[in-house]
Design a protein. Structure first.
Length: 515
């Protein structure tokens, strides 16, 4: 009661408002600890916003009639940048982007794993006409281009003419403002591409001063060889290259993070601009056939290998299975028991049933989605700590993997406060300034005058993820208020209904709107 009366008194006497009151044209945030996104030590200061940009940072006093927000001693950081996101799948239906803003994300980079909105210019136009709460940027996806050119005849290398046709499509997408070129080489139809095809298209993006981001050809059996491929793309094109959601997703790889990082560091010493992003979970989400590189439904040895080395039956469960929706939420061991079969035979049957469904969302993946437990905490710690790894979610807005709604608070709560794997300034840097650098943004990701007023206010003592595989949509705790381009989009557990998000195109993605 005392705090309420105090705030009411401040409102009446000095134009103070709580951290959750919207501000339309400008405001001053006081009583905060600023972590600026550069990795520098935190400091107590105030911050002034004018229009959509940060105008001043320091020991500031309220101007006459200025709206003042009391930060209540919490941390004020740049808005978090999700460098690997799939919100393009549902943001037009959920413009408030609650799963993103509730964890402090103000910018999401879509067009990932080789799949991008098509055509990108139309997607951007729709977002411009019906704005959303967060900023969006997109890569142009290889699998999308390959599908447009090769149709269902994709289980082979592309001809020179087909690569030329893909090149023409990619040029159009780059001119529309794509950040660069993305691949999903463990998925159809890209899995069937020759490396020379990928390099040829990557060179096109490089010619536009674009970037390359990749779900590499293998995250398990041939992971080291897959890293060699992305390193070679960086070497040949000279463009920055990023490994998507880096992980060691196989028992035989566990404990070899040092070897992986040595390979990446050697590439950087050679002058190759290779980086990575990561989500902080031991389990991934994909589809059954990603476990079967040959795509041969009768290849029992591959299914056996997958359950022995990649994801054990008790650590693999279904988040989607259209042939039998009642299987959603069940582990493979539970389904095998229902069918009175062994897990390998069960998984083979489920894969065949999934692929037999017609008119699925993804004709190449079937009608299923699975979560598989494949990583270890020790390897996550090592990869997360690499100076060139930033944070991502790899999630959509309506997702059954908790990473979609909890990745950033999980890092702050578990890997910073509870485990001490990262320092707070280091973690914020990986979520903001480093992520902006990896995406090529000059005016986002840091708290500096002239930068976009993308901001998150959070309590470092309570911030934590609450989502679990059984309750994947639970909001995180400790994220108090989020602003995008100077407008409040999330406050004390709820979206505000403001939609100030901007499209960030390559070429003009470094600019922000002036007040």
């Amino acid at each position: 009661m005392y705090r309420i009366l105090l705030i009411l008194g401040l409102i009446c006497s000095s134009n103070y408002i709580s951290a959750g009151t919207p501000a339309e044209t400008g405001f001053l945030i006081q009583n905060v600890v600023i972590i600026d996104g550069t990795g520098a030590t935190r400091e107590s200061a105030a911050l002034r916003v004018r229009g959509s940009i940060i105008s001043e940072v320091g020991a500031l006093e309220p101007a006459p009639g200025e709206t003042v927000i009391d930060g209540m001693g919490q941390v004020l950081a740049p808005g978090f940048i999700d460098t690997h996101s799939h919100v393009d799948s549902d943001i037009e239906d959920q413009p408030g982007a609650l799963a993103a803003v509730s964890q402090g994300v103000t910018t999401s980079i879509v067009g990932q794993d080789g799949g991008s909105p098509w055509p990108l210019a139309d997607f951007y136009q729709r977002i411009s006409e019906k704005p959303v709460a967060i900023n969006l940027a997109s890569y142009a996806g290889h699998n999308t281009l390959r599908g447009k050119v090769m149709g269902n005849d994709f289980r082979r290398h592309a001809t020179a003419g087909e690569v030329e046709n893909m090149t023409a499509l990619l040029e159009t997408e780059m001119k529309a403002g794509a950040l660069g070129f993305s691949t999903g080489l463990e998925y159809e139809p890209g899995i069937h591409s020759d490396p020379s095809e990928v390099i040829a298209l990557a060179k096109v993006a490089a010619g536009f001063k674009g970037r390359y981001i990749a779900h590499v050809r293998s995250e398990d059996r041939w992971f080291l060889e897959a890293l060699d491929e992305i390193i070679e793309i960086g070497r040949v094109t000279g463009m920055p290259v990023q490994v998507s959601h880096i992980k060691l997703a196989m028992k035989s790889l566990w404990g070899r993070a040092g070897e992986v990082l040595a390979k990446l560091n050697a590439a950087r010493e050679e002058g190759i601009g290779i980086t990575a992003d990561i989500y902080p979970y031991e389990y991934w989400q994909s589809n059954i056939m990603v476990l079967v590189p040959s795509r041969d439904l009768s290849a029992r040895s591959e299914f056996e290998f997958a359950l022995e080395e990649v994801a054990p039956p008790e650590g693999l469960w279904f988040t989607k299975f259209d042939p039998k929706p009642e299987y959603v939420g069940l582990k493979l061991t539970e389904i095998a028991k229902l069918r009175s079969l062994d897990p390998v035979t069960t998984l083979m049957q489920l894969a065949a049933e999934s692929l037999a469904v017609e008119n699925t969302d993804d004709e190449f993946a079937g009608a299923d989605a699975i979560i598989g437990t494949s990583m270890t905490e020790e390897d996550i710690h090592a990869l997360l700590s690499w100076p060139h790894t930033n944070i991502c979610t790899d999630g959509s807005l309506d997702d059954l993997h908790p990473r979609a709604i909890g990745s950033f608070p999980r890092v702050l709560g578990r890997y910073v406060r509870q485990q001490g794997v990262l320092g707070l300034e280091q973690a914020v840097h990986k979520m903001t300034g480093l992520a902006a650098q990896h995406m090529g943004f000059d005016k986002r990701g840091m708290i500096k005058p002239g930068f976009a007023a993308d901001l998150v206010l959070f309590d470092p003592d309570t911030v934590i993820d609450n989502a679990t595989p059984r309750n994947p949509k639970a909001l995180s705790s400790g994220i108090t208020t989020v602003w995008v381009n100077g407008r409040m989009v999330f406050d004390n557990g709820a979206a505000t209904g403001h939609y100030p998000g901007q499209i960030l195109r390559r070429g003009d993605s470094n600019s922000v709107n002036r007040p």
